[in-house]
Design a binder for this molecule. Structure first.
Ligand code: SF4
Length: 241
């Protein structure tokens, strides 16, 4: 009997990734960005504030902030001490205040007071790296964008979707695995999955909707002499077991 031909590894990875994303879509139906905003500029500021801080905390700070400073011009001429005091609960407030004021100045001077809708322009703004730029591109400009934060990095490394620890390289690896129309929502679902279940210490594998696609969980089971093949999809078994 002839042996059934298997698709190449890259194709198999893509099939697994799509199945994982489908599960996560069912488990996490709402993948909208959690940072409250009413404009591209507000999302940009909220995202800068969210570095090393929870979205909940940022959402507590931004209503008063955006009431006092409503335009890039307002932020560009803000008093740094007052701004620092207002954003202090988000941590790293001195650096964030400086970046926000300088970022607003650049937007006013170089972009006519409007947040540019291009990655190459966004990353030239003070305090804006690829992660922040991708949040803005994906969520207000509708450009498919992959956000790689610490949660996404942890999850995709456990899933063995990447060998890299470098966010830029992980972004490239994910772009090959996920269909473009899933980049924004998919990376956000991976982020939420990492934040709530696939946490750094003691991931909650027993509650995980994608445990049967997870090599890390399979390895754990193997270590405990359980049958790591139980409940796994055929493609997963060919790939990892
Ligand atoms: S099975 Fe565990 S390690 Fe794997 S993705 Fe789920 S929570 Fe993370």
């Amino acid at each position: 009997m002839s042996k059934k031909r298997q698709p190449p590894i890259a194709v198999r990875e893509g099939i697994l990734a799509r199945e994982v994303m489908q599960r996560l879509e069912e488990a996490i139906p709402n993948a909208d960005v959690a940072l409250h905003h009413k404009s591209p500029f507000q999302l940009l500021i909220a995202t800068i504030l969210s570095a090393q801080c929870t979205d909940v905390r940022v959402n507590q700070v931004t209503p008063a902030l955006f009431k006092r400073y409503s335009t890039p011009e307002d932020f560009a001429s803000a008093d740094q001490d007052i701004l620092e005091a207002m954003i202090r609960p988000t941590g790293f407030y001195k650096n964030k205040a400086k970046n926000i004021i300088n970022c607003a100045k650049e937007i006013v001077l170089r972009f006519g007071g409007r947040v540019p809708g291009r990655m190459d322009a966004l990353v030239t703004l003070p305090g804006v790296g690829r992660k922040t730029a991708n949040v803005v591109m994906g969520n207000v400009f509708g450009v498919p964008s992959i956000v790689v934060d610490t949660h996404v990095r942890r999850v995709v490394r456990r899933l063995k979707w990447t060998q890299s620890s470098d966010p830029d390289q992980i972004e490239v690896d994910l772009s090959h695995l996920l269909p473009q129309e899933k980049w924004t929502s998919g990376s956000h679902r991976l982020l939420l999955h990492g934040r709530h279940l696939c946490v750094a210490r003691d991931p909650r594998c027993l509650k995980c909707p994608i445990f049967d696609f997870c090599p890390a969980e399979a390895e754990k089971n193997r270590a405990h002499l359980k049958d790591a093949s139980v409940g796994r999809s055929p493609i997963f078994l060919q790939r990892f077991i």
